[in-house]
Design a protein around this ligand. Sequence first.
Ligand code: IPM
Ligand code: MN
Length: 386
Amino acid sequence: MPKASYSVVLLPGDGVGQEVAAQACRVLRLVSERTGLGFELEQIPCGGQYYLAHGRDWPEGSAERCRDADVILLGAVGWPSPKGQGPVMMEGGKMAGWSPVLGNRSRLDLYANIRPVKLFEGVRTRICGVHRQIWEPKQVDMVFIRENTEDLYIGNGGLLERAGRVELATDTRIITRVASERVIRLAFELARTRHGAPRDGKRRVTCIVKNNVMRGCQFFGEIFNEIGASYPDIEKDLAIVDAFSQWLITQPDFYDVLVTTNMFGDIVTDLASVLQGGMGMAVGCNVGDHHGMFEPIHGSAPKHAGKDRVNPMAMILATGEALGWLGRKHADSKLTAAAAAVETAVRKVLRQGAPLTYDLVGEEHAAPLSVVATAILEELGPLLAL
Ligand code: IPM
Ligand code: MN
């Protein structure tokens, strides 16, 4: 049932996360003004910078506020340690920023991390030469489903110290039937709603594993075959992750829906982002049966922070995905229409070729983050006058 007002928790986080999150607010405000949709927006500071000031990575009560929200938007977390060794860490070996990202994923059972990889018109892949585009937009259109709650991310590991010196470190990899089944089933269901791979129009689910070595991957692959048996209309493709990494770049048009375990999914989706114009275009949708958290997959990019410079499109597209998910969940056609409008607005600015940020057009032609966001909002306004 549609609601009069939807509660949104915004977690801006660190660095450029804060700058792009501000654009998500502008999008929601405009959507609300033009459509009458209500959003109660609550911002919660979090991340490494917050930890340095407060000794914790988000305020007390934040987990409950995320749990009670209709939807969560996340900027990016992670900040360089003033001690100069990687990111700010908390006691116990967790990165400051763990609570909003990995904490929410596990606490709210956001078991699927859905990462669409689509090359929009007007965008070049990050592996093109100056004059030659290697892949055309119509050749890159796939969706990854990354298992989002277990594997090496389970936090089951430890250190062995002797005489004050660490001698050994372990990280246990856990793959369970229940977590594997639900993402694999989701991948097949998603494939049914799509139009197949760009190359041949065949509906295809690719399962990425390292089953020539690892038990967990053999298990994941077996579950893939079991579940796949109930989807005779969909082609099954089992790929070993190392070989897959080169095929992803050399034959992206073969891929439609892909499913994999958490750690491989983390790595291959960053790689896949080069096919869609880079991390500035890449969105991650963390979804479970009850909760959803939407984010750009780029990090907090400390070296670009505060410069009004990075690409706001991933965050704006993530906001669109959040509206679409909410719209489907609440059968709210206004939200679904607003979600489509957000993507259309981004596509229009891309097709015009300007203004765009440095990652898409190079330093010489680069426009600031806020100017690009304003251009998207100007396109969005009329599209929302439904
Ligand atoms: C991502 C990020 C996170 C992850 C980090 C910030 C913990 O890289 O969303 O892909 O590893 O999952
Ligand atoms: Mn990642």
